[in-house]
Each structure stands twice: as structure tokens, then as C-alpha cells.
Design a protein around this ligand. Structure first.
Ligand SMILES: Cc1cc2nc3c(=O)[nH]c(=O)nc-3n(C[C@H](O)[C@H](O)[C@H](O)COP(=O)(O)O)c2cc1C
Length: 310
């Protein structure tokens, strides 16, 4: 089929029961609750609005400094600062609803029970389109190891969330595991509708004059261009292991990067660190992907998803 008009290109994607007009969205935690950016950025080309991770109780996060730059990205140890469930429900969701774009609420818990409680409470809020469970957080009961690193716990968390909520469930994986494909398979078996990856990679940076770590907590999570090739590989690993759709992220800073993620197997992509230096990046990526599809005679995103495996 010859595409003779760029407007014929269809960028919409379906992630389980979640329908997105565009396949590009902000990555959780880099977009707050949408309030800081709406005066300077046009959200109309966003596939979804994605909130910062919410927990049952508010959290102040870690002491400053909690972000530092590296030559190819940044390290953060924000410590999951957030306004907590009640304030999110009373204040933040109403603002996000104004834009008529699907709202994905990222959330986390300190225990498996807390994940389920949060899923149930968030599902009762009118306007929430999907849940994204961040399972990279430390499981204090199990000595601080990430929930997402243990397949049995992943199964338990995902199935208990599914019992409490009918909303499409995105399970966001930690990259810090030996076999991410196996963890994704477990999440799929337990009922996940969508997988998102990657979260940040543990990292540290030292101020040699002060002889101290640059971040108050010492370690943080690395994001940005440095992690992109690793993320591409992990997305492809997961694509080969599951049938459910993938939201790919990690270091996307151009439309070419986004196309790489689609070709690796992502059905949609998220942009975090890259948007800090260019707030218009998401819309520019959407436009760039559309042009790429047009110029290469593809009519929709699905024609390039996982194409490297063909
Ligand atoms: C400052 C900051 C805060 C973040 N907060 C969250 C969060 O609350 N929940 C979550 O699941 N991921 C969080 N992330 C991870 C991002 O959503 C994303 O997975 C990661 O940064 C990789 O994408 P990027 O390289 O495009 O930034 C955060 C990342 C950054 C840089």
C-alpha cells in the first residue's frame, strides 16, 4: 500500500484495554502531576499523562542533594517523594482530568498488602485510566531487596492487585535482575495487562574534592542516554518472552531513539530524563515517528513493532 498523505499515518495503539491516540508519554516521576509544565508544553500529542509514584501516606523523600548529573544522564535518589493518596485524590487528579488524555497513575507500597490497598483505592477514583505498579521499591520485610527481583513476590503482588482492580494494570519492572524475561513471564501469568521497563539502574558519583558521594544517600538510580542500549536489549528480551504489550523507556532523547524501542518490541514509549533539557521532546518525538513511518511507507506503528525479530 502506498501512503500518499502523512495524515493517513495511524499512531494510535492499544495496550490491553487502554487505547492511546499517540504512542509516546512521560515517564513516571519526571512529569510530577502535570502542573509544572502545562503552561509551556502542549499535552495534546501525549498518549497519556503519567503521574509520579503515589503511596498510601505522603513522603518527603530523601535529603538534598538528591540529583546529580553524569556525562551521559543523571543519578537521582528522590526517595519516592509524593503527596500521598488523599491529596492526590482531592487535588491532583482533578487537574489532570482537564486534558482529556488517559491518566496512568504510578503507585507503590511498602508491603504486598499496601500495593493491593492502593490499587483498590485508586480504582475508585473517577478519571484514572490505568495503574502502573512500580515494583522496583525495597521490600523492607525481606531485607530491602526489591519486590520486583523475586518471582514469587512478583506473582503475589500482581495477582493481588488484579483481585482488587478492574483497571488495566501496567507492571513496571526493575532492570536489576538476572533474568528479566522470566520476571515478565511471571507478571503476565499473574494477570499483568502491560509491562513497562526499564526503571533506573543503581549508580553513584563522587565529589573528589569533598571526598564524598554527590548524593546525600550515596547511591541513586541512573537514567538518561547512558542506559538506552541496555534498555533496548531488555525490552527485546521481554518482547521475546510475553504476549502482552510493552511500554519501553530508558534514555530516549530523540525520535530515532523511540523508533529503536518500537523496533525492539515496544508498543508505546515513555520519556523521562530527556524531557528535562527539552520540555517539548514528547511532541517532537511523536511528530518525528510519524514522519519516519510516512517516509518509509509504513501506515501504522504496528508495522515496525519488534521488526528486528522478523
Ligand atoms: C527524577 C526521577 C524520578 C522518578 N520517579 C519515578 C517514580 O516515582 N516511579 C517510577 O516508577 N519511576 C520513576 N522514575 C524512573 C523513570 O520513570 C524511568 O523509568 C527512568 O528514568 C528511565 O527513563 P529515562 O532514561 O527516560 O529517564 C524516576 C526517574 C527520575 C529521573
Amino acid at each position: 500500500m502506498i501512503i500518499d498523505n502523512k495524515e493517513e499515518i495511524n499512531l494510535s495503539v492499544r495496550l490491553g484495554n487502554l487505547f492511546l491516540k499517540y504512542p509516546v508519554m512521560p515517564a513516571s516521576g519526571t512529569f510530577g502531576y502535570g502542573e509544572e509544565f502545562f503552561e509551556i508544553i502542549d499535552y495534546s500529542l501525549f498518549g497519556a499523562l503519567v503521574t509520579k509514584g503515589i503511596s498510601l501516606e505522603p513522603s518527603k523523600g530523601n535529603e538534598m542533594p538528591r540529583i546529580c548529573e553524569t556525562p551521559c544522564g543523571l543519578i537521582n535518589s528522590i526517595g519516592l517523594e509524593n503527596v500521598g493518596f488523599e491529596r492526590f485524590k482531592e487535588e491532583k487528579i482533578n487537574f489532570l482530568k482537564k486534558f482529556n488524555i488517559p491518566i496512568i497513575v504510578n503507585f507503590f507500597g511498602k508491603s504486598i498488602e499496601e500495593y493491593s490497598i492502593m490499587a483498590e483505592k485508586l480504582s475508585d477514583i473517577n478519571g484514572v485510566s490505568a495503574l502502573e505498579a512500580n515494583i522496583s521499591c525495597p521490600n523492607v520485610k525481606e531485607g530491602g531487596r526489591s519486590f520486583g527481583a523475586d518471582p514469587e513476590i512478583v506473582y503475589e503482588i500482581v495477582s493481588s492487585i488484579k483481585n482488587c482492580s478492574a483497571l488495566p494494570l501496567i507492571v513496571k519492572l526493575t532492570p536489576l535482575v538476572t533474568d528479566i524475561a522470566m520476571i515478565a513471564e511471571v507478571a503476565e501469568k499473574a494477570g499483568a495487562d502491560i509491562i513497562s521497563l526499564v526503571n533506573t539502574f543503581p549508580a553513584a558519583s563522587i565529589d573528589i574534592n569533598k571526598r564524598k558521594f554527590k548524593l546525600s544517600r550515596g547511591y541513586g538510580g541512573l537514567s538518561g542516554p547512558a542506559i538506552k542500549p541496555i534498555a533496548i536489549k531488555l525490552v527485546n528480551d521481554v518482547y521475546n518472552a510475553v504476549r502482552i504489550p510493552i511500554i519501553g523507556m530508558g534514555g530516549i532523547s530523540s525520535w530515532e531513539d523511540a523508533v529503536e524501542f518500537f523496533m525492539a518490541g515496544a508498543t508505546a514509549v515513555a520519556v523521562g530524563t530527556g524531557a528535562f533539557s527539552n520540555p517539548h521532546l514528547i511532541s517532537q518525538i511523536t511528530a518525528g515517528v510519524k514522519k519516519f513511518l510516512y517516509e518509509n511507507n509504513f501506515s501504522n506503528i504496528y508495522e515496525i513493532i519488534g521488526i528486528v525479530n522478523n
